[in-house]
Design a protein around this ligand. Structure first.
Ligand code: GLC
Ligand code: GLC
Length: 630
């Protein structure tokens, strides 16, 4: 066993390991010179105390070299092109869509049949929900992975996935898949041998002989799926306990063991070599544990992500990491950097869009845009209205307090508003993971159902359109939940399914709504009106360079229901976005626009406006205005 030593010694050992695994080509060597010192530093910080840290690092380098050798030429070329143009995903043309393979297309062949539609919509990224082999029974919607190298046979084969990725590339669409790396299913072969095998195998997971350590950890950890099990551990039949943050059949990997890093680096490289261009890094906050902490977003979680990123810089340059951290906004942004995760979900903007629609008050969203939108250069938000997961009210208590809002009470109100506990609410949502001890809960529901279309609220369509008009205009990459563009409603049939009944998120993971797609050109239907609006907004967004990148300057008005911001373009152009989350029309006084020349153009309808007359925003109306500073 060799521990980590000096850079030079470890470098030589790593190269020897790579050479014994095959040819080490010049391209690889060039990158190796740049990457190795960084990876060595990261490994020393993560695994400096381990007697076998040096061996593991050498093994990782050997894997990376072998993977580079095996990488098909077109993937090498495409990856290099993206690596040389690292701002490729900052373009206003970017639009991501997400769907389940089975629910949207039946199987991979069915997804392939949808490519013409994806092109028509303007997608440039397709996120397919996890499609790997899963256990029988509960699989957390694919997030309990039994093997990263096998496609769920119900969905297709790995060869079909590789072909699909290639066809998508030809259509100008990058494939994004999950890297579910915090945990595996309890029937993964590593998990099985951890239970029965020797210490080295056991060390892949966090297994304890009795309750002593679990009790100590649970003094400070948060309960994530209390409906499934309380605490962070589940019992094994023989009385031992295994760490399990999510469902009892999802066991957390032990990243304090460098061989876990090595093994998962191998699974990651395998995936990327199928033609995956973006990896959604699932549940990043939870990957490192330390006693006495919440075991979320620890410094080592960042080091681990950076180390995985360096492995890709060696073997598959140009691959983008998307962070999924649904946590406090200070922690969300900490994952974003060009050498950690280039992109991140923007759960704050998502949640505050719903907050604003419920309260008819845009101040929290305005504050977030002004204060928490900025990002390190080379990184971007993934802006979404909803995802396959619940809506959690992850705003900062201290931000709310500044506006005189009590965060605890406000979250209770929002949960009640969206889950039927509030008279006069337009929303039809379902509570998810109500925690009896903390009073915490989250909300499930499709965009259309949460926005009032299910209750036939006369403003339901306007809310869906407004929420997307925000997600399409604040910057970064907008992410559309496929089906939302035709106002897909909740599907309550999950309550008849014994496996899914306990997980309310299934209410918003319905099958592709064929009836609503059939209505998409019929503007007398909600589906047709939403589709007409969203496709128009997408087309305008993709023709508006100011909407690329992330630059955003708040534009305050005296009206609490109005959210306003400017998107400055490269060439001096500015698009001003105004959105009224209230139910009353808002006349905006000309003096508010005195910094701009009076001639403006509303870019959705392409009509000229005279700002010296002011502007009236209809209830739940918005305006995208090309303006000129005076
Ligand atoms: C992520 C997924 C969620 C899943 C969890 C556990 O948060 O988005 O659906 O339940 O990870 O894998
Ligand atoms: C928790 C986790 C988040 C996950 C979600 C799934 O909020 O923090 O990562 O997406 O649960 O419901």
């Amino acid at each position: 066993m060799t521990s980590l030593s000096t850079i030079d010694a470890d470098r030589a050992a790593a190269l020897t390991a790579a050479e014994s695994a095959g040819r080490v080509d010049d391209d690889f060597l060039t990158r190796f010179d740049a990457v190795f010192p960084r990876l060595h530093t990261l490994f020393s910080r993560l695994y400096g105390v381990r007697p076998d840290g040096g061996d593991a690092l050498a093994q990782v380098i050997a894997r990376a070299s072998a993977s580079w050798n095996a990488r098909p030429l077109d993937l090498k070329v495409g990856g290099n092109r993206r690596a040389e143009d690292p701002d490729w995903f900052q373009s206003e043309r970017m639009l991501a869509g997400v769907c389940y393979v089975d629910r949207y297309g039946g199987n991979l062949a069915g997804i392939r049949d949808q490519i013409p539609y994806f092109r028509e919509l303007g997608l440039t990224v397709l996120h397919l929900m996890p499609l790997f082999d899963v256990p029988e029974g509960g699989d957390d919607g694919g997030y309990a992975v039994s093997s990263y190298r096998r496609v769920n046979p119900r969905l297709g084969t790995m060869a079909q996935l590789t072909d699909l990725a290639a066809e998508l590339r030809l259509a100008g669409i990058s494939l994004m898949l999950d890297f579910v790396f915090n945990h595996t299913a309890d029937d993964h072969e590593w998990a099985r041998s951890a239970v029965t095998g020797d210490e080295a195998q056991r060390d892949f997971y966090l297994i304890f002989p009795d309750r002593e350590m679990p009790d100590r950890f649970e003094q400070t950890t948060r309960e994530i799926f209390p409906d499934d099990h309380r605490g962070s551990f589940v019992p094994l039949p023989d009385g031992r306990w295994v760490w399990s943050t999510f469902h009892h059949y999802q066991w957390d990997l032990n990243y304090a063991n460098p061989w876990v890093f090595d093994a998962m680096a191998g699974e990651m490289l395998f995936l990327v070599d199928q033609g995956v261009e973006l990896l959604r890094m699932d549940a990043v906050a939870f990957i490192w544990k330390r006693l006495g902490t919440a075991c979320e977003s620890l410094p080592e979680a960042h080091l681990l992500l950076q180390a995985f990123h360096e492995v890709l810089a060696l073997a598959a340059p140009g691959t983008v990491f998307v962070s999924e951290a649904i946590v406090h906004p200070d922690e969300v942004v900490a994952y974003l950097s060009p050498d950690e995760c280039e992109m991140s979900y923007n759960p704050l903007q998502m949640a505050l869009t719903w907050e604003a629609l419920a309260t008819r008050d845009g101040r929290m969203l305005q504050q977030a845009l002004e204060r928490r939108h900025a990002l390190p250069s080379g990184t971007a938000w993934l802006n979404y209205v909803r995802s396959h997961d619940d809506i959690g009210w992850t705003f900062a208590d201290e931000d709310a307090a500044e506006l005189g809002i009590d965060a605890f009470g406000h979250r209770r109100f929002l949960n009640a508003f969206y889950t039927g506990g509030f008279d006069g609410s337009f929303a039809r949502g379902v509570p998810f993971q109500q925690n009896p001890d903390t009073g915490d809960a989250r909300v499930a529901g499709t965009t259309a159902s949460l926005a009032g279309i299910e209750t036939d609220d006369p403003r339901g369509v306007d809310r869906v359109v407004l929420a997307h008009a925000l997600a399409f205009s604040t910057g970064g990459v907008p992410l559309l939940y496929l089906g939302d563009e035709v106002a897909q409603l909740n599907d309550y049939s999950y309550t008849d399914d014994p496996v899914r009944r306990g997980d309310a998120r299934w209410v918003h993971r319905a099958n592709r709504p064929r009836d609503r797609y059939a209505q998409r050109d019929d503007t007398s239907t909600a589906a047709g009106r939403v589709f007409g609006w969203l496709t128009r907004l997408i087309a305008v967004r993709q023709a508006t360079p100011e909407f690329g990148g992330n630059a955003l300057i708040g534009f305050g008005t005296p009206h609490p229901s109005v959210v306003g911001f400017q998107r400055p373009g490269q060439d001096g152009g500015v698009v001003l976005v105004l959105a009224n989350v209230g139910d009353e029309a808002v006349p905006i006084d000309p003096v508010v626009f005195s910094g701009f020349a009076p001639e403006a153009v509303e870019i959705v309808d392409e009509v000229a406006l005279d700002l010296s007359e002011g502007l009236t925003l209809p209830p739940l109306g918005f305006a995208w205005l090309r303006v000129k500073p005076r």
